[in-house]
Write a protein of this length. Structure first.
Length: 176
């Protein structure tokens, strides 16, 4: 198992430039032809945040814990939405990852294991733009960003490793 892990890490390092180019291509393809381009990656999470905050905060009157403020519930809801979006985007694309990239699969020397990392990299880009929006909302509502954000990599890194393993499994099953 440790050999497999070392192979994965060495493959990522060896093909890092190719992974970076494929991630950039995937992000560019997602926003090509749209009026606002990459700005949509900031507008989409902000619009979702506003809609969910209005529906759950005002219409349903949802509260977190012992009657916490509506702003705290909004930030908590959006944080959960960011992680769910990262999970859903990676697994949603993993089902057709190998079939939709058949032009790469047919190449003799193309490293198939990096296809999952391109999907995860593009999903992490959208996750990071959502974090920027979340930070802006946190500053707007509370006047500061909590210091506990320094622990975020301790949560995200194992989650990404878990997503990579799950995406490889789903991508392999998606071929059949």
């Amino acid at each position: 198992m440790f050999k497999t892990f070392l192979f994965g890490v060495s493959s990522i390092w060896k093909h890092r430039e190719l992974i970076r180019q494929l991630i950039r291509r995937e992000i560019d393809l997602r926003y090509s032809g749209s009026f606002l381009g990459i700005v949509w990656s900031f507008i989409n999470p902000l619009a979702m945040l506003l809609v969910y905050a209005f529906v759950f905060g005002s219409v349903f009157g949802a509260r977190w814990g012992g009657g916490a403020a509506n702003e705290d519930y909004t930030v908590l809801l959006f944080t959960g939405m960011l992680f769910h979006g990262l999970f859903a985007e990676c697994l949603g694309k993993a089902t057709t990852l190998i079939v939709s990239n058949s032009n790469y699969v047919k190449k003799v020397i193309f490293p198939l294991e990096i296809l999952v990392w391109t999907t995860i990299g593009a999903a992490l880009f959208h996750f990071m733009t959502g974090l920027i929006v979340l930070s802006g909302i946190q500053i707007f509502l509370n006047g500061e960003i909590k210091w506990t954000i320094v622990f975020l990599p301790l949560i995200v890194f194992p989650f990404v490793i878990f997503l990579a393993g799950l995406s490889w499994t789903v991508a392999a099953l998606g071929v059949y």
